[in-house]
Design a protein around this ligand. Structure first.
Ligand code: GTP
Ligand code: MG
Length: 345
């Protein structure tokens, strides 16, 4: 089953890609607030992305023999789709072995090998049913999609029956607080903010105090975009963690690094650099709707030992999917007929 199949599913009881809630049964916690229009629009967006990714692969699936020349061409195509050379080589070697051992059906082999590579990263965020708020700290470089992803996650959590509060920890960029407040209004969730020039750690500390007092399930903290070269700002993230630990030694429960999927290999470097300063526990890869570079996920999966929690597929509130390896590969590859034509899955 591919990504499109579940997008097309009648949105009667759940939102596509619902966050797993360890504490409740899915039926009682979801609400039908996604329209059929919304689903169709997403489907169209992703169809475009799949077409771009696969147009270069089409050549390979028209009954060509699996030999060294074809595998070399395939490797080049993967690299053009932004899979790193190292990861592409690994994929090709596993395809070669699988082809030798049992099959000449290249689309099937590729689907299997790509899915296998991504599967270890398929670890959805689970929110335990605790008395204290689950603290989700969202970090990343400027413009990666942090604030937007927060708005989308807040909606998914609410749909799963969780109460949510947002903390306006981006005290650096003008208008960042307003942007988060807008997402708060859209979701009808409280946003804790302070005035101009406030200290990020202090805003998030206050927010956690308030979330505790109000019995909120999940506090999502926004932070300013930063580069690893901005040492002051990187240190600020450490301070945020230290300060909130005074209220809850186990917080933050998730440090989600948001990566812009259109930045290709840069995303890998960013993940490594952030990993040097903070304990990243999960990834969200955004803007996969607008890119031919979906291949970056394979590199991230291969090179980092980190869960990919979400993928962003648009700017709207529902344009976020819980990462699912077979569905993602299905969406990229589509279904191939023996003559090499593609039909969406
Ligand atoms: N197409 C597309 N656009 C996205 C996606 N996620 C975010 N964006 C857009 O990317 C731009 C930046 O998003 P923000 O959420 O403001 O990014 P940010 O990381 O909070 O940025 P800073 O706070 O400036 O560091 C906005 O125009 C978003 O609408 C996505 O999945 N797909
Ligand atoms: Mg932001």
């Amino acid at each position: 089953m591919g990504l499109f199949s579940f997008l097309k599913k009648k949105p009667s009881t759940d939102v596509p890609g619902e966050i797993k809630d360890g504490s409740r049964d899915a039926q009682s916690t979801t609400t039908p607030d996604i329209s059929q229009d919304e689903v169709d629009r997403l489907d169209a967006k992703l169809a475009k992305s799949r077409k771009r990714f696969t147009s270069g692969l089409l050549d390979f699936f028209g009954g060509r023999k699996i030999d060294d020349e074809l595998l070399d061409d395939l490797e080049a195509q993967l690299v053009m789709s932004d899979v790193s050379v190292k990861t592409a080589t690994k994929i090709i070697e596993s395809v070669r072995t699988a082809a030798k051992n049992n099959s000449s059906d290249l689309p099937a082999i590729l689907r299997q090998e790509l899915t296998q590579l991504l599967t270890p990263c398929q670890q959805p965020l689970e929110i335990p049913d605790n008395d204290t708020p689950f603290v989700l700290l969202v970090v990343g470089v400027n413009g990666a999609g942090k604030t937007t992803t927060i708005g989308k996650i807040a909606r998914q959590l609410q749909n799963g029956g969780k109460t949510v509060m947002l903390a306006a920890g981006d005290t650096f960029r003008a208008a960042a607080v307003e942007q988060l407040k807008t997402w708060g209004e859209r979701n009808n969730v409280p946003v804790v903010a302070q005035g101009d020039g406030a200290d990020s750690a202090s805003v998030i500390f206050d927010a956690l105090q308030s979330a505790k007092a109000r019995g909120i399930d999940v506090l999502i903290a926004d932070t300013a975009g930063r580069l690893h070269t901005q040492h002051g700002l990187m240190d600020e993230l450490g301070k945020v963690s230290r300060v909130i630990k005074k209220l809850d030694p186990s917080a933050p429960h998730e440090t989600l690094l948001v990566l812009d999927g259109t930045t290709g290999q840069n995303a890998l470097n960013q993940a490594r650099e952030f990993g040097n300063s903070v304990e990243v526990s999960g990834l969200a890869v955004t803007k996969l709707d607008g890119t031919a570079k979906g291949g970056v996920l394979f590199t991230l999966a291969d090179e980092l030992n980190l869960p990919i929690r979400f993928i962003g597929v648009g700017e709207g509130i529902y344009d976020l999917r819980v990462f699912d390896a077979p569905d993602f590969v299905g969406a990229l590859l589509g279904n191939y007929s023996p003559d090499g034509s593609i039909t969406p899955t």
